[in-house]
Each structure stands twice: as structure tokens, then as C-alpha cells.
Design a protein around this ligand. Structure first.
Ligand code: 26V
Length: 798
């Protein structure tokens, strides 16, 4: 289509007329974005079709990744990079007076995810394609992604996100691949030719229409598919209120649920889950039947991976098809299903473990419920045979208990592999949270430490650092991330270290400009940029960060000569709309910012910034500009974290607890290149089990704590007299569940040593370099290779 700048320009000019119906001189920047997107889609179409044909013809195993979330971000530049045409396109556009960076502004972030789990799914798709692995994603085409956050008077306000407002150049609607999904109704059973047959009567059906997006591998020729399902009406029976039916149907793919809330019992959420699963499995099997005459050996040819428990109904849905449509008996169907499904657990927080009340589940999905009941009965029967009469054990393990269906139990029983997402997390699953299951099925449990699409988070997000790396060690690192370790030989190279510093300063200046634009606050790029960006949740302890800021403020106010290394504290975080406490913390950060940023005594010693609407595209500006990466969750609570890896590969130093993947970061960089503090997971879990923590002792004995905590309620924040009482109460009345006060002193000390370390610029750059050099391990290419080898048993198809 084009292989050089001249050809690109010719094609581009012709395409503008075809795509927009305008001449170049009349066309707008949005037209240019639209045209370029369309051109790139056409550019990949041949390879996309070829990949699909290879997959159809291939004998090897294939994997399908089912996820209720994909946090893709923007795709244009990453696609150009992966296709190896970024420079050609950029130069061609420049000749036409167009800035590629400006065009990117017209692309909406595809924000179909809440945070870590959804972003991980997006990183995995990138790695699957880049490694030429036959792996496809299935998800929901939400009309509105995660809400847009505005900050008004310091409070979070949510607005509906509108990524599809101007269409999506990357998708192709495939009406032919539509699938019907039944809800409600009754199941009738009868015997036909000696077999029990089940008929689902009076169901309300919904049509799932696939919208396929190409997933372009990095210089790989493999174009995999992300298939997103859209819910549409499929029937207009005269006996239902048509408008009501239409509205209810379309609602299924209308909104992404803003997770981190207690959405237990929301029928629409369960509808979304079955909608995704049923459409995906039916469509997978449609393709499968083109290659194979029976489903006998399904598990030898495909693997269906479920990203957390949200798609766990894949298990009873596959059973339903094998039993009811294919005529397998229970044992055969169960054998195939159990060997087809694999499952990743992403959290041990008990409030996040999904369970569905039977009174919601059964009427909505009558046949699926029958199958889950049968799975449960057979499983409980086996347990009974092992330990007759031990009802406590059976109740603890059962899939249905206390009128709830426990989705994690179903996932473990109905799959062949259960993995955690970092070493510590997997150990906690095995030793504690899922210990009973681990004892039953030790062979199923394994660890797959998370990783990131480092070509997005370094090559794309930080072009200056990427160029320096390539100039120094060559380009091999863009295929093989562990090549970054070659950078270790530059530890003593003062000119390299200076360039590293220069690049960081420039990236900080770019972020400082964004900060000024968005908040009106000027920040000095020579200060430490200390950053905490992630969802707002009590266990992530943004509060600990804020209390430290309040303490520093108080310290400087009591002694204007107190020596501090200037800092800019930067936050980005969305709180789930129903999460009252998290919203209070956002307000607190903004109140502290107001106070600190306007105090002449503080001046440039400290600034506090809250960047609204944290999302993938903003994250790409933040990570390259960070000096310090805040990873300060209560130990044992953060399953892995992946932001920690994005900071690391951009040369930020971690201040963190020994939680999630922080532990593995420390193993790689060594104790001298990371700042760890606080209780260990063992200690935290010991307190939870045996008690012994009294938060008020820390309040009474540490003046720094008492002063800051009192300021939450003593009028220190003008106009916010009762505002922060819930935070005050969480620390004292509720005995500080997340050990904020317990870890405070150790955090303050560590932060102090970070300030000192920062003043030794050479040493700091060496530490930073060390982090970059060791970050290759956290490539999602490595993670995906481990999934492919150990769990899925899939091999590249080239
Ligand atoms: C969900 C909920 C829902 C109920 C209320 C509390 C709550 C808290 C957390 C969650 C998230 C559960 C799943 C999730 O997103 N886990 C994240 O997965 C990332 C990718 O594996 C991992 O890096 C994060 O540590 C983990 O929190």
C-alpha cells in the first residue's frame, strides 16, 4: 500500500477524498485522523486475513482469552510502531504540514476496564500477537467505558465516557457472526429415545453482534483478533413491551461496571457475564466445528482462559453445549470442560470475591443454574466420600452454600489450572485463602507473575529514553526485554548517566506543562516528582501518602529552615462512584493541595497535584516523568500491581511495602536500589488472625501522627469541618484496618532517606539505571510465554 514517504503521501491524499468526501484543503485534523486510521486498517487487512487462515489450517492448539475488561488506551501510534511505519508516516504527514501527535488527540482512549485487571488483558493481547501465538480476546463492546472523572471544588464528579461518539476506526462489525443468547424462561425436561432432553422455553433472547479489532504484533506479521460483543434486540414478540425489551437488551453492553464497589446482586452485571461467555463459547465452537468433526478432543485443541471469575460461567455454558446440543454424557462433558478451562485469580480481598444469590441466578439462567447445581452436587458427593460427615469442610468448599453461588469455587473445580499473579499472591492463595482447595488439587495451582507491554510503556511512552537505549545497546531489546540488562555496563559512564538525567528532566518539564495546563499550578521540574497513580482504594493507602505530606507541611511550618529536598507529590485516581470513603480521600488530597500550594512559607519546597481523569493516555505522560513510584499497599493486599513495573522501566525508584510484585522488583534490583518499609505480609496476616494492634497507641505516642490526624477534624481545613470525620474514624474508631498509623513512622523515615539519596545525583542516576536494566523480566512477553508453555501448551504459528 505504501513503502516510503512519497507513496504514503499519495495514498493519504487520495484516501482523504474517499473517506471524508473532501479535498485536502477543506479537510480538518479530525478528518486526517480518520483517514490515517482507515489507511492503517486497510494496510493490515491482508495480514489479518492471512493470520485467520493460518489459524484455521493449523493443527496446533489455540487459546481464547475471556475478559470482562480490556483497557486498551489509544491504538494509533502503537499500531504504527508495531507495523514498523511510524517514521514513514510521521515524515509524510510532516511534509503535508500535519503533526502526528496532534492527530492522536482525536483518538479516544478505549477505556473498557477499571484498572490493573483490564490493562493486563490489553498487555497480554499485545504479547500474544508479538510472539506469533494463536491467542484471541473476547470481551464486551461497552458503549461507555469507565466514567470520566472531573474534579469540582475538590470533589470527584462522574460523567459518562463516550469513546464511540465519533465511531471506532479499528473495528469491523461482523453481523454474520451474530449469536443468540437466551435469558429467563423455563426449562422443561423430557425423555426422548431413552435420553433426558432439556428445552429452554419462553426465553427472552438477545443478539450478540461481534465487532472485531485487529491486534497487531510487534514486527510480527501476526494480526490476532479482539472480538467485542455488542448486545442488540433479536426478537420483537407481540406480547412484550417492545421499547422496554429494546432498552433492556441494549443496556447489557451499555456500561462498564465501575468495579471496586459492592455490586453484589446487580442483575445486569450477571447478564453481562453470561452474555460475554455464551456469545464467546458459541462463536469459538462455530470456528472449531469448521476444523473438527466432533468436540471429543476439544481440550486437546483449544484452551479457554478466564480472566478472574467474571467469565466463570464459561464452565456451565460449555457443559450445556456438550450435554444438550452435542449429546455427550456427563462424565465425558465434564472431562472435556475441566481440561479446556484455565483460570487466573487477581485478588484475595474477600469483599471482591464474587458470589451470586440463587434468587437472582436461577430465574435469569435456569438451565445454567441446573448445571451448576449438578456440578456442586457431584463435587460435594466426592468430598463426602473423602471425609464422610465432615459438614464443615464440605460447606467451606461447596460451590453453592448459604443461598449463594461462589464463583471462585466454581472456577477452581471446573478448570485444570489456577494461577496467582505474583509469587507472594500465589503463596497466599495456596497457604491461606484457597488452602482447602490447594490441598485437594495441588497440581492445579501455579504462579504467573504479571508483566507489562513494555513497548507501549517505554518504546512508545518514552521515545527519548528509548532512543538512548537503542543508541547504546542496539535495538534487540525491543524484541527481547531482558536485553535491557546490557545497560548495567553503563553504571560508571558519567556521560550516559548525564543523558539519563537530561531525558528525565525533559520528561518532567513536559509533565509540568500538562500540570500547569490542567491545574494552573506551576511546578519546578528539578524537584522530586513523587507519584502515586492507581485506583483509589483504602488498601492502596493513598492516605498514608497524604498523612506524610501533612506531616512535612507541619514540620516546615514549625521551622521554616527545616531542610527539605523540594518535592512535587502527584496523584491520579478514580474512586468507584459508590465508594464513599475513597471519595473522601480524593477530597482530602485536594484540600491538602489547596493548603500547601498556596502557602508562601512552603513555596516551592512542596507542591501537591491531583491530576483528574487518570487513564492510559495520561499514564503514558506520567510514568516517564516520575522519580519516585509509590507502591505502598498494606502488605498482602495488592495481588501484584503493574504500575510498579511501568515506573521501574522508566527509571523511577520504588518506595514500597513488601507486597505483590514489589517483592520481585526488590529481588531483581537488590536492596540498595529500592526503598522498602512497613509490616510484612506475614505480620499483617498475623495481626488479622490474632489481634494485638491498637491504632490509638500510635496516635497517642507519636506527635507527628496526632497533629496530622487531628487536623482532619479540628478546622485546619477551612470550610471542611465535618468532611473528614469518616477518615478520622477509620483510623481510630475502626482501629485502622490497613495499618496506616502502624507503618507511618517507617514510611516517614524511608521518605527522608529518599530525599537524601536524591541529592546525590550520580548515585540516584545509577540506581535509576539499575531499575531500567532489570525491568526486562516484567515484560508481558515473558508472562505470556510462561502461560503458553506451562498452562495453555500453545506454540507460535508463523
Ligand atoms: C474488586 C473489588 C470489588 C469489590 C470491592 C473491593 C474490590 C477490590 C478490588 C477489586 C479488583 C479485583 C480484581 C483486580 O483488578 N485485581 C488486580 O489485578 C491486577 C492484575 O493482575 C493486579 O496487578 C492488582 O494487584 C489487582 O488488584
Amino acid at each position: 500500500m505504501f513503502s516510503n514517504t512519497v507513496e504514503f503521501k499519495e495514498t493519504f491524499l487520495k484516501r482523504i477524498e474517499m473517506v471524508c468526501g473532501k479535498s485536502f484543503s477543506e479537510s480538518s485534523a479530525r478528518d486526517h485522523y480518520q483517514t490515517l486510521g482507515t489507511m492503517i486498517s486497510e494496510f493490515v487487512s491482508k495480514d489479518w486475513i492471512a493470520t485467520n487462515e493460518r489459524h484455521l489450517a493449523a493443527k496446533g492448539k489455540q487459546v481464547y482469552y475471556l475478559s470482562i475488561e480490556y483497557l486498551l488506551g489509544k491504538l494509533l501510534r502503537q499500531n504504527l510502531i508495531n507495523l514498523g511505519v511510524e517514521e514513514t508516516v510521521q515524515a509524510g504527514l510532516k511534509d503535508l504540514g500535519i503533526d502526528l501527535g496532534e492527530l492522536e488527540e482525536f483518538e479516544a482512549d478505549a477505556g473498557l476496564g477499571n484498572g490493573g485487571l483490564g490493562r493486563l488483558a490489553a498487555c497480554f493481547l499485545d504479547s500474544l500477537a508479538s510472539l506469533n501465538l494463536p491467542g484471541h480476546g473476547h470481551g464486551i463492546r461497552y458503549k461507555h467505558g469507565l466514567f470520566e472523572q472531573k474534579i469540582v471544588d475538590g470533589y470527584q464528579v462522574e460523567l459518562p465516557e463516550q469513546w464511540l461518539k465519533n465511531g471506532n476506526v479499528w473495528e469491523i462489525r461482523k453481523t454474520d457472526g451474530s449469536i443468540k443468547i437466551p435469558f429467563w424462561g423455563k426449562v422443561e425436561s423430557k425423555t426422548e429415545n431413552g435420553r433426558l432432553v432439556f428445552n429452554h422455553l419462553n426465553a427472552e433472547t438477545v443478539t450478540a453482534v461481534p465487532h472485531d479489532m485487529p491486534v497487531i504484533g510487534y514486527q510480527s506479521k501476526t494480526i490476532n483478533t479482539l472480538r467485542l460483543w455488542n448486545a442488540e434486540p433479536s426478537q420483537f414478540p407481540l406480547d412484550v413491551d417492545i421499547l422496554k425489551y429494546k432498552r433492556e437488551t441494549e443496556m447489557i453492553s451499555e456500561f462498564l461496571y465501575p468495579d471496586d464497589t459492592h455490586d453484589e446482586g446487580k442483575i445486569l452485571r450477571l447478564k453481562q457475564q453470561y452474555f460475554l461467555v455464551s456469545a464467546s463459547i458459541q462463536s469459538i465452537l462455530k470456528t472449531y466445528r469448521k476444523q473438527h468433526s466432533s468436540l471429543n478432543q476439544l481440550h486437546e485443541h483449544i484452551c479457554i482462559h478466564i480472566n478472574d471469575t467474571h467469565p466463570v460461567l464459561a464452565i456451565p455454558e460449555l457443559m450445556r453445549i456438550l450435554l444438550d446440543d452435542e449429546g455427550f454424557d456427563w462424565e465425558q462433558a465434564w472431562h472435556i470442560t475441566k481440561h479446556t478451562i484455565s483460570y487466573t485469580n487477581h485478588t484475595t480481598l474477600s469483599e471482591a470475591l464474587e458470589k451470586w444469590p440463587i434468587h437472582i441466578f436461577q430465574p435469569l439462567l435456569p438451565r445454567i443454574y441446573m448445571i451448576v447445581e449438578e456440578i456442586n452436587e457431584r463435587f460435594c458427593h466426592e468430598l463426602w466420600e473423602q471425609t464422610p460427615g465432615d459438614w464443615e469442610r464440605i460447606k467451606g468448599l461447596a460451590i453453592i452454600a448459604d443461598n449463594f453461588v461462589k464463583m471462585a469455587h466454581l472456577a477452581i473445580v471446573g478448570s485444570f489450572s489456577v494461577n496467582g499473579v505474583a509469587k507472594l499472591h500465589t503463596e497466599i492463595l495456596k497457604k491461606r485463602e484457597m488452602n482447602q482447595f490447594y490441598q485437594l488439587f495441588p497440581e492445579k495451582f501455579n504462579n504467573k507473575t504479571n508483566g507489562i507491554a513494555y513497548r507501549r510503556w517505554l518504546l512508545k511512552a518514552n521515545p527519548k529514553l528509548s532512543s538512548l537505549i537503542t543508541e547504546s545497546i542496539g535495538p534487540a531489546w525491543t524484541h527481547k526485554a531482558t536485553e535491557l540488562s546490557q545497560l548495567l555496563s553503563y553504571q560508571k559512564d558519567s556521560s550516559f548517566l548525564e543523558q539519563l538525567l537530561k531525558i528525565k528532566s525533559e520528561n518532567k518539564q513536559t509533565l509540568a506543562n500538562i500540570i500547569f495546563d490542567k491545574t494552573g499550578t506551576a511546578v519546578d521540574h528539578s524537584a522530586i516528582f513523587d507519584v502515586q497513580v492507581k485506583r483509589l482504594h483504602a488498601y492502596k493507602r493513598q492516605l498514608l501518602n497524604v498523612l506524610h505530606i501533612m506531616y512535612l507541611y507541619n514540620r516546615i511550618k514549625s521551622d521554616a529552615n527545616y531542610p527539605v529536598v523540594p518535592r512535587v507529590f502527584i496523584f491520579g485516581a478514580k474512586a468507584s462512584p459508590g465508594y464513599y470513603y475513597a471519595k473522601k480521600i480524593i477530597k482530602l488530597i485536594n484540600s491538602v493541595a489547596e493548603k500547601v500550594n498556596n502557602d508562601p512559607v512552603i513555596g516551592d519546597k512542596m507542591k501537591v497535584i491531583f491530576l483528574e481523569n487518570y487513564r492510559v493516555s495520561l499514564a503514558e505522560k506520567i510514568f516517564p516523568a516520575a522519580d519516585v513510584s509509590e507502591q505502598i499497599s498494606t502488605a498482602s493486599k495488592e495481588a501484584s500491581g503493574t504500575g510498579n513495573m511501568k515506573f521501574m522501566i522508566n527509571g523511577a525508584l520504588t518506595v514500597g511495602t513488601l507486597d505483590g510484585a514489589n517483592i520481585e522488583i526488590r529481588e531483581l534490583v537488590g536492596d540498595s536500589n529500592i526503598f522498602t518499609f512497613g509490616l510484612t505480609a506475614e505480620e499483617v496476616l498475623h495481626y488479622y488472625q490474632h489481634g494485638g494492634y491498637q491504632s490509638d497507641e500510635y496516635y497517642h505516642h507519636d506527635y507527628r501522627i496526632r497533629q496530622a490526624v487531628d487536623q482532619l477534624v479540628n478546622g485546619f481545613f477551612p470550610g471542611a469541618y465535618n468532611e473528614f470525620e469518616p477518615i478520622f474514624d477509620s483510623l481510630l474508631q475502626e482501629n485502622d484496618q490497613y495499618f496506616v498509623l502502624k507503618d507511618f513512622a517507617s514510611y516517614v523515615d524511608t521518605q527522608h532517606s529518599i530525599g537524601e539519596a536524591f541529592t546525590d545525583r550520580t548515585r540516584w542516576q545509577q540506581m535509576s539505571l539499575n531499575n531500567i536494566a532489570q525491568a526486562g523480566y516484567f515484560s508481558s512477553d515473558r508472562t505470556i510465554q510462561e502461560y503458553a508453555d506451562d498452562i495453555w501448551k500453545v506454540k507460535p504459528i508463523k
